[in-house]
Design a protein. Structure first.
Length: 359
């Protein structure tokens, strides 16, 4: 187990394209950090810089307080699990898992004990004599993880390890990674574009966009108190609804609707009286009520919940998605009325969240 410190790290390629800007993060001993964001946001590049597979253009990388910014990948005592399983097809599962230790010329008895121990943790004991082609995708990904475990590295790095699996296997393997982390108490950095993976796996999430860190926090912090519109829109499924509204006394006035402000909300927005802001409301915070009239476009029944898609302010208004409890049978052009249970406020110009009346 180990601590990691990423200090003011940049990645600038030879063509002067910058992929990562001033990345700062302190990873605690035994912490599972998830880097999440859309494709091209710099999360995999950051992970590859930590692994030593990409050079760091500026900044420092410390492992247990030791500067390893320019250390070769082989000297960093880290193990990486890739999206592709990267297994040797001609070798057995046992040989694949033992490969790195064999290269190090470790004692065969020690290798045998380590492989068997890792196989037991991952439920692969009965598969050790098989070849990779005989295993399912989920099993092959477990072999890739096992190959990392036997090395007993200071840090585990995962680069979108579940992307090649179907939805059912993704869920099962995600749970196995979480159990593995709890069992090993190892320091881990995990990259994904899937917010469900981020929310369910992470001790803390690093949300990135266009090479910049947008917010670092626990899953609940990013869900409940997003720092800006990007985080609010990226974290949460279905995504948050957004409305341009004007703060007017004790009300927010939007296109085709008005909603009342609580005394606390009015205080929060005191500096924005008479100004436009962005109102954010999560689909699960919308209930049937009397405040916001809408016209239904589509109904998606999910069993315990229903996603109701509608327009606020007529068919040319703003699209809204409500996640209502239970089963509903709305049809296109039905009229409904909503109430917003929980509201988020964002500065229209900066897109930053508004808290406590601050500009």
């Amino acid at each position: 187990m180990a601590t990691l410190s990423l200090q003011h790290i940049d990645k600038i390629y030879d063509n002067n394209v910058q992929a990562v800007y001033d990345f700062n993060l302190d990873v605690k001993d035994g912490e599972l950090i998830v880097l999440v964001g859309p494709s091209g946001c710099g999360k995999s590049t950051t992970l590859r810089m930590v692994a030593g597979l990409e050079d760091i253009s500026n900044g420092k990388l410390l492992l247990d307080g030791k500067d390893i910014t320019n250390a070769p990948a082989k000297d960093r005592d880290m193990a990486m699990v890739f999206q592709s399983y990267a297994l040797y097809g001609h070798m057995t599962i046992y040989e694949n898992m033992a490969f790195s230790l064999t290269l190090r010329k470790e004692n065969p008895n020690v290798i045998h004990k380590k492989v068997l121990a890792a196989a037991e943790v991952l439920g692969l004991t009965s598969q050790l004599n098989k070849k990779p082609a005989q295993l399912s995708g989920g099993q092959r990904q477990r072999v890739a993880m096992g190959r990392s475990i036997v090395r007993n590295p200071k840090v585990f790095l995962f680069d979108e390890p579940l992307s090649n699996l179907d939805a059912k296997l993704r869920g099962a393997t995600r749970r196995e990674i979480l159990l593995l982390h709890k069992r090993l108490q190892a320091t881990m950095m995990y990259v994904t574009h899937d917010q469900t993976e981020a929310l369910t796996l992470a001790d803390r999430i690093v949300c990135m966009s266009m090479g910049h860190v947008q917010q670092v926090g626990t899953p609940l912090e990013l869900y409940d108190s997003p720092a800006n519109i990007f985080v609010a829109s990226f974290i949460g499924l279905p995504p948050m609804n957004f409305f341009d509204v004007t703060v007017s006394g004790e009300k927010l006035i939007g296109e085709g609707f008005e909603v009342s402000l609580t005394p606390e909300e009015k205080h929060t927005l005191a500096a924005y009286q008479g100004k436009q802001i962005v109102l954010g409301v999560r689909p699960e915070n919308i209930v049937l009520g009397n405040d916001v009239p809408a016209t239904v476009t589509m109904n998606e029944n999910l069993g315990m919940n229903t996603l109701v898609h509608a327009y606020v302010g007529g068919n040319t208004g703003v699209k809204v998605t409500a996640k209502l409890k239970g089963w509903t049978d709305y049809k296109a052009d039905d009229t409904v009325s909503f109430t917003f249970d929980r509201k988020h406020f964002f500065d229209k110009e900066t897109t930053v969240a508004i808290h406590g009346g601050e500009l």
